[in-house]
Ligand binder design. Structure first.
Ligand SMILES: *[C@@H]1O[C@H](CO)[C@@H](O)[C@H](O)[C@H]1NC(C)=O
Ligand SMILES: *[C@@H]1O[C@H](CO)[C@@H](O)[C@H](O)[C@H]1NC(C)=O
Ligand SMILES: *[C@@H]1O[C@H](CO)[C@@H](O)[C@H](O)[C@H]1NC(C)=O
Length: 321
């Protein structure tokens, strides 16, 4: 029998996205009002202290149509569910999150880009951030058809919106910290069965985002799905270095994650300007079942998971993406 789909997939993939959109369309205007020359505009949805975006439920709304179609140029081809004709896309696209005690209207790309005029938004992390970025770019493009691809400063993908002079881009840094494969030769970790190690410098950000300190006005960070043995198998484990020296005794993967998070957060706080608005995007569960991403695993869910179905991984592992 096929394993049960890992639950909360849908909820936890989409919910953070909706929360981010909400934050963008409400918090940001509040922050940016003082620094724009244009007429101050009241954000459409004032944030009520009673409003808890995480309390709510999913509903289908068949009147709701996606803001973009498969011609949006910012997808990786393999990830373009619309163009690749994934089944039931209209059903999937009709789900929307309705918080219990607050109004959550759809993002208005014209208003959003208007408020973000002359500003730049960056995403740094793994494919959760990339996924968010792609749909975000496609939505924003509705307001500026002349949007063009932008890949500077170490960005993996992104777009420039000339009408508003806004850049939105993604820097791929799956562990956030710098890491690289070192083939077998290390005298420190010369153990049986090792083909080499992945050296992780816990105190050094990966080069992909080292050069962006003064460029973005808003940054969204994440990491999580790469901290697993499917990505870094025991034959080439993660070995953590601090100040250029291996940490001894060696840290396990989750302890490594913890020190990397501590160090990256400290780095961000120290190096990035105070006025840069920083978000930390939370985790979602893995979204494969019936196999890993590279072992015929699929994601055939069409509806959100029930609360009681939610769990944080398959076989207790923290993995993939
Ligand atoms: C575009 O925005 C950047 C800041 O991101 C600013 O330095 C530049 O002057 C702006 N260009 C124009 C033409 O307004
Ligand atoms: C994936 O499916 C193909 C076709 O059914 C099969 O040949 C292949 O062995 C499968 N791969 C894995 C890793 O299960
Ligand atoms: C599409 O939805 C129908 C009806 O809910 C379902 O029977 C079918 O399995 C779905 N297809 C996929 C690929 O999930």
């Amino acid at each position: 029998m096929a394993p049960k789909p890992p639950p909360s997939l849908f909820t936890w993939l989409i919910l953070p996205i909706i929360v981010l959109i909400f934050l963008y369309s409400t918090l940001l205007p509040l922050y940016t009002l003082s620094s724009t020359n244009s007429q101050p505009r009241k954000p459409k949805i004032p944030i009520s202290p009673k409003c808890n975006l995480f309390e709510g439920h999913w509903v289908t709304d068949t009147n709701q149509k996606p803001m973009y179609d498969e011609t949006c140029p910012f997808h990786r081809n393999a990830w373009n569910c619309l163009r690749n004709k994934r089944d039931n896309m209209s059903l999937i696209n009709s789900w929307k999150w309705v918080p219990g005690k607050c109004e959550l209207s759809r993002i208005d790309p014209f208003e959003f880009l208007g408020l973000m005029r002359n500003k730049n938004i960056g995403f740094v992390g793994d494919s959760l951030n990339e996924n968010f970025l792609v749909s975000f770019l496609c939505i924003l493009r509705v307001a500026d058809e002349r949007a063009k691809k932008w890949k500077r400063k170490g960005a993996w993908r992104g777009a420039y919106f000339p009408k508003f002079n806004v850049t939105v881009a993604y820097h791929r840094a799956v562990l956030l910290a710098k890491y690289k494969l070192q083939p077998k030769q290390s005298t420190v970790f010369d153990q049986e069965g090792l083909n080499g190690i992945h050296r992780v410098d816990i105190d050094v950000p990966s080069e992909d985002w080292a050069g962006i300190i003064n460029f973005y006005d808003v940054l969204v960070f994440n990491t999580g799905h790469w901290w697993g043995y499917d990505k870094f198998p025991k034959e080439t484990p993660l070995v953590f270095y601090k100040a250029g020296k291996p940490i001894l005794p060696p840290l396990g993967m989750l302890d490594g994650l913890k020190v990397v998070l501590d160090n990256m957060v400290a780095y961000i706080q120290k190096e990035f300007p105070k006025k840069t608005i920083k978000f930390w995007r939370l985790q979602s569960p893995r979204h494969f079942y019936g196999g890993e991403w590279n072992q015929n695993g699929s994601c055939l869910l069409n509806e959100p998971l029930e609360e009681h179905q939610q769990q944080w991984g398959e076989q207790g592992s923290k993995t993939t993406e």
